[in-house]
Design a protein around this ligand. Structure first.
Ligand code: ADP
Length: 251
């Protein structure tokens, strides 16, 4: 579903990813853990095409995301094709990123209507179902500023699901929330993980959540995978000292 092949990412002189290789299977739930600055968010942003790779290729559903290698040359992927691939990927951010000037319902229907070409009626019906799923049926007409952080994040989750993504990227989605609002959002994500087969890549510091939802945990340090395996192994019985000291610091 997602394949990183020798992916290098530099920001100026800083090499954040140093030739990264990994694959994620369809339906897999993979959590990325590791110290701040180790490149986890950059990986999600590359998949979302918010950043471009410096070298290497990212494949999504067997297609190159932005370009592919032909001999020594990197050749741009066809643009129409890139748009198709991007539609299959949803991302939820730490800071919600809702449209502040639109009511909740419109936040959810905007992309299905304008990107997927759904009719307004079809998009409304689906948005109402999704608001029910996230427990916010009574907030369809509210503006984001009238909601708590946890409610805004649940709207952001509904908005990403409205695009029927094959892949959902979750970037520290509870980090900006007051502690008492965190559990609601995590419970919702656990429900979604249980009731769908969406492939998920999750960056989180919530180790209990990571253990509950993940099939697999990848521990990063300085842009390199230090350890990769089921949560019981990586979190319960880590092989590497760097993983042990990271877990000790966050647990
Ligand atoms: P993590 O998510 O593991 O905390 P990030 O992927 O956010 O790590 O960042 C990895 C490194 O890349 C950090 O040193 C960060 O400062 C740097 N970085 C990320 N984005 C940019 C950018 N747009 N410009 C310059 N440096 C960046």
């Amino acid at each position: 579903m997602v394949h990183f092949e020798n992916v290098v990412k530099r920001f100026g002189d800083l090499e954040v990813l140093q030739g990264l290789n990994f694959q994620v299977q369809p339906g897999e739930r993979v959590t990325l853990i590791g110290p701040s600055g180790s490149g986890k968010t950059t990986i999600l942003r590359l998949i979302m095409t918010l950043e471009q790779v410096t070298d290497g290729v990212i494949w999504v559903e067997g297609e190159p995301l932005s370009h592919m290698r032909k001999g020594e040359r990197l050749v741009a992927a066809n643009e129409a094709h890139q748009r198709q691939v991007r539609k299959k990927i949803g991302m939820v951010f730490q800071q919600f990123n809702l449209f502040p000037n639109m009511r909740v319902l419109r936040n959810i229907t905007e992309a299905p209507v304008h990107v997927l070409g759904q009719s307004k009626e079809q998009a409304h019906t689906r948005a109402k179902e999704l608001l029910e799923l996230v427990g916010l049926s009574d907030k369809a007409d509210a503006y984001p500023s009238q909601l708590s952080g946890g409610q805004q994040q649940r709207v952001a989750i509904a908005r990403s699901l409205a695009m029927s993504p094959d892949i959902l990227l979750l970037d520290e989605v509870t980090s900006a929330l007051d502690p008492e609002l965190v559990a609601d959002v995590l419970d919702l994500l656990k429900d979604i993980a249980q009731s769908t087969d969406i492939t998920m890549l999750i960056v989180t510091h919530e180790m209990g959540f990571a253990r509950d939802v993940s099939d697999r945990v990848m521990m990063f340090d300085r842009g390199v995978i230090v350890e990769d395996g089921p949560p019981s192994q990586v979190m319960g019985d880590p092989e590497h000292e760097r993983t042990r000291s990271f877990l000790k610091a966050v647990l």
